[in-house]
Design a protein around this ligand. Structure first.
Ligand SMILES: Nc1nc2c(c(=O)[nH]1)N[C@H]1C(S)=C(S)[C@@H](COP(=O)(O)OP(=O)(O)OC[C@H]3O[C@@H](n4cnc5c(N)ncnc54)[C@H](O)[C@@H]3O)O[C@H]1N2
Ligand code: MOO
Length: 404
């Protein structure tokens, strides 16, 4: 059903539509329930409680290089080597004027010393070491508490746990982590032409693939996919399935949102008192994308063409899902790359087209037959993201790129 029929706002630019999603979901957001997981199972989950430094980091001044610990005031000069300290060894030696202690990377700097000279910048002869150049006091030493002081907040809730966050949690001794529970995301594919994956389709039928791509995208975004049976183009059954879907944290529908006579998704949603925030975005693929809320659950009516479903999920639905998962700042990473070949488009829409980013970092659009061409997408490792106002790009021009 077209926007005009529903009296909905004019089509939004891609960025405005995304801002609308972020603003609406943020405004309605409640803190998700949490659960505790062993650290090794927490990757990709969203931190639910703040993490604090359990002691100073580093707990003692640490050498950042293999070399000799000395007093900067004595440099340059020749020093007597009075001992050695290795990482993992507690040092009981003291560095007096004119003395040096041989030190390894990661070892605590002995008392009295304030600077480390890299071994490459010294000449050793017996128990003497010569350092020909001066150094600033503190060079090659990471002072106590520089990374974090005991009690400092080092991770805020709402951050997704990647490898750096996992390392930080490990370093502060958190073998168990409080994370938010995953949101449940209902997936409802619609259309009389659809059969399930196990079924051999008749010539007028196709297998339902959108449920599968969406389930994969939901899982990758940190949600739990709740797959509903395919809804035929029949209003009552569609309504029943939508009612089930609205019990989840987010409802994703695919198909039935364009202008077709049997495109009844929006009609079915209205029977639940749905509020529609947009139902057309200036993008391709995915122009007839719908976003709204019914009975307290946000839903997306994703256009049925497979690439449209995938792109709309990535740029709109993922942000909503992440906010509902407790992520504070959902990110959409669109960067730039130079085109390997020219690219032309009709202006007016931001295009998200299958493309390949090669080893030299150059981007080549991949030919496709349209937004039903799933095979083309599998040959792509990125989406080209065009400027809607620019009709022609030459080879070497910069263009947007989003990883697939
Ligand atoms: N007169 C107009 N026709 C169309 C318009 C329009 O504005 N005016 N928009 C076009 C665009 S753009 C898109 S995208 C599609 C979106 O249509 P729907 O969301 O209504 O989707 P369907 O008509 O149900 O299906 C479109 C296409 O995708 C295939 N499909 C649907 N569901 C699945 C699934 N679960 N797995 C795999 N493939 C699926 C379906 O068979 C159709 O080929 O509308 C254009 N038309
Ligand atoms: O938005 Mo549609 O994707 O161009 O087929």
């Amino acid at each position: 059903m077209a926007a005009a029929t529903l009296g909905i706002v004019e089509a939004l630019s891609f960025l405005k539509a995304r801002s609308e999603v972020l603003a609406r979901v943020r405004a309605a957001r409640v803190t998700p329930h949490m659960e505790f997981l062993p650290l090794e199972q927490a990757t990709g989950r969203v931190l639910a409680e703040p993490a604090f430094a359990d002691r100073d980091y580093p707990p003692e001044p640490r050498s950042m290089r293999d070399g000799f610990a000395v007093r900067a005031a004595d440099l340059p000069g020749t020093f007597t080597i009075v001992g050695e300290v290795r990482a993992g060894q507690s040092s009981d030696c003291r560095v007096e004027p004119g003395e040096a202690v041989e030190i390894m990377t990661g070892a605590s700097v002995p008392e009295g010393a304030d600077t480390v000279v890299m071994v490459e910048h010294t000449t050793v002869a017996g128990d003497r070491v010569d350092v020909p150049k001066a150094l600033e006091m503190g060079a090659n030493v990471n002072p106590q508490g520089r990374d974090a002081v005991a009690g400092a907040l080092i991770l805020r809730p709402g951050i997704r746990l990647g490898y750096a966050e996992i390392a930080l949690l490990a370093s502060i001794g958190q073998a168990e982590v409080a994370v938010y529970k995953r949101p449940r995301v209902a997936i409802l594919a619609t259309g009389d032409e659809l059969v399930e994956v196990e079924t051999k389709p008749e010539p007028h039928q196709i297998r339902n693939s959108n449920t599968w791509s969406l389930a994969a995208q939901v899982i990758r975004a940190g949600g739990e996919a709740v797959v509903l049976p395919v809804a035929p183009d029949e209003l009552e059954i569609t309504k029943e399935l939508i009612a089930n879907g609205l019990e989840c944290d987010v409802l994703l529908l695919s198909g039935g949102v364009s202008a077709g006579k049997y495109d009844l998704v929006e009609t079915a949603l209205h029977s639940f008192g749905a509020e529609m925030y947009f139902d057309r975005v200036l993008i391709q693929p995915g122009q007839p994308c719908v976003f709204g809320q019914a009975q307290g659950t946000f839903f997306f009516g994703l256009p049925g063409n497979p690439a449209s479903t995938m792109v709309c999920f990535e740029i709109f639905a993922r942000a909503a899902l992440e906010l509902i998962s407790g992520v504070v700042e959902p990110m959409l990473a669109i960067t730039g790359a130079q085109l390997k070949s020219p690219f032309r488009q009709k202006t007016g829409l931001t295009r998200f087209l299958p493309a390949r980013l090669d080893e030299e970092g150059l981007l080549t659009p991949i030919g496709w037959s349209g937004s039903g061409d799933i095979a083309a997408l599998t040959r792509a490792n990125a989406y080209l993201v065009s400027d809607p106002e620019k009709g022609e790009y030459a080879a070497g021009d910069w263009i947007g790129v989003m990883a697939r």
